[in-house]
Ligand binder design. Structure first.
Ligand SMILES: Cc1cc2nc3c(=O)[nH]c(=O)nc-3n(C[C@H](O)[C@H](O)[C@H](O)COP(=O)(O)O)c2cc1C
Length: 161
């Protein structure tokens, strides 16, 4: 089993309608070839995780790499894995409109255990301008009513007496 992560840039002709057509066809092909994964599109930026048996995946990715509907294909990671993390998705498509929901669905699909490299690649693809607005509310929560004692941060230090 193999997992490949890449990013690319959509060609100008790859509008919303064409993208839906592409994803529909990809699902049919992936079903037949035992491939799975997901694709995120944010404006013209594309990110895809593709998983499956090595030779099916390599052959399909050769098609994908040469496909003129996108360009600048950059492989972010490619490795052997024991199991597919996204086996339930023939090719899930996210248009990046609701990032928190997207991240929750990706986590659910992976059984709460998104492989660290996939997490890292997604966060890097999204970048701080999309990630920080999600994190800000947590950072703004009111501090605990009882302030932490400084020594509480030093578990290995001897207790003051
Ligand atoms: C961004 C992007 C993602 C694609 N993802 C897949 C995919 O997951 N599976 C797939 O079979 N084809 C995918 N394709 C289409 C392939 O490039 C190619 O058209 C297809 O594999 C040809 O399939 P066929 O050999 O059945 O004609 C993708 C194309 C693009 C531009």
């Amino acid at each position: 089993m193999r997992r490949l992560i890449y990013r690319s840039t959509a060609s100008p002709g790859l509008d919303r309608v064409e993208m839906f057509r592409l994803v529909y066809q990809a699902r049919v092909s992936n079903e037949a070839r035992g491939l799975c994964g997901f694709l995120i599109q944010i404006e013209d930026r594309i990110f895809q995780v593709l998983e499956g048996k090595t030779w099916k995946l390599v052959a399909t990715f050769e098609n994908i790499r040469r496909d003129p509907r996108h360009f600048g294909v950059e492989v972010l990671d490619e490795r052997c894995v024991d199991d597919a993390a996204f086996a339930s998705w023939r090719m899930r498509y996210f248009d990046g409109r609701n990032i928190p929901r997207m991240l929750a669905q990706i986590t659910d699909a992976a059984g709460g255990n998104v492989p660290p490299l996939v997490q890292h690649a997604i966060l890097e693809f999204l970048g701080p301008e999309l990630i920080l607005p999600i994190m800000e509310p947590a950072a703004k929560t009111t501090p605990p009513a009882v302030p932490l004692r400084p020594e509480a941060a030093l578990p290995s230090s001897p207790r003051p007496c």
